[in-house]
Design a protein around this ligand. Structure first.
Ligand code: GRF
Length: 205
């Protein structure tokens, strides 16, 4: 039986699409059981609909605090029993309300080589800093902002990029590949976290 994947997304959802494609093409052994968004107009919701995936919108303005928002997400996820929660362009902090019940089962993608350029607009930060190489990082989520143990990274030479937008465009396909590959591995084995180190063991027990 494949894994049950829940996706949280705030925007266009191209990383979410890479998971849908990975399932359709047989790379990922599992299904997306729900898409949750904080934005009612996120294009990710439309992608979910097109693929028959249930959606839930939890707007932050209906929550008194960050903790309450995370609690509502936990409640919404409950009946779907996800094995893995993927933050695919989800732009909010995850708190203990979700972290504790889903320890080492929540992953995020960041468009820079962490620990460089965490937080918003990682590609713009890299461009303005003048680095020659940037990339993307898939990591486990902890209580910080883009600070959890690193699962996978891809390097991208950005010397030819003339703007932050060009950096975004150049890194994006590497994000899709890394996201799909990590979710596929998760569906076929397990990641063992030892401190900051993440090791992969093939085969699900
Ligand atoms: C990606 O660049 C991702 O790394 C960042 O937000 C962007 C989301 O893009 N966290 P999309 O919604 O997956 O197209």
């Amino acid at each position: 039986m494949g894994i049950r994947i829940a996706v949280l997304a705030s925007g266009r959802g191209s990383n979410f699409q890479s998971i849908i494609d990975g399932i359709k093409e047989g790379d990922i052994d599992g299904e997306v059981v729900v898409l949750i968004s904080d934005k009612p107009d996120a294009y990710a919701i439309e992608r979910a609909r097109q693929n028959g995936i249930p959606t839930r919108v939890i707007p932050p303005k209906e929550c008194a605090s960050r903790e309450e928002m995370n609690l509502k997400i936990r409640e919404a996820l409950g009946s779907y029993s996800p094995d893995l929660i993927v933050l695919a362009g989800y732009m909010r902090i995850i708190t203990d309300e979700l972290l504790i019940p889903y320890l080492h089962r929540i992953i995020n993608i960041h468009p820079a080589l962490l620990p460089s350029f965490p937080g918003l607009d990682g590609q713009k930060q890299a461009f303005e800093y003048g680095v020659k190489v940037s990339g993307c990082t898939v990591h486990f989520v902890d209580g910080g902002c883009d600070t959890g143990p690193i699962i996978e990274q891809a390097c991208v030479d950005i010397r030819d990029c003339k703007s932050a937008d060009e950096v975004c465009e150049k890194i994006l396909p590497f994000e899709h590949k890394a996201m799909r590959s990590v979710v596929a591995k998760f569906s076929r084995g397990r990641f063992v976290v030892e401190g900051r180190k993440v090791r992969y063991e093939d085969g699900r027990k």
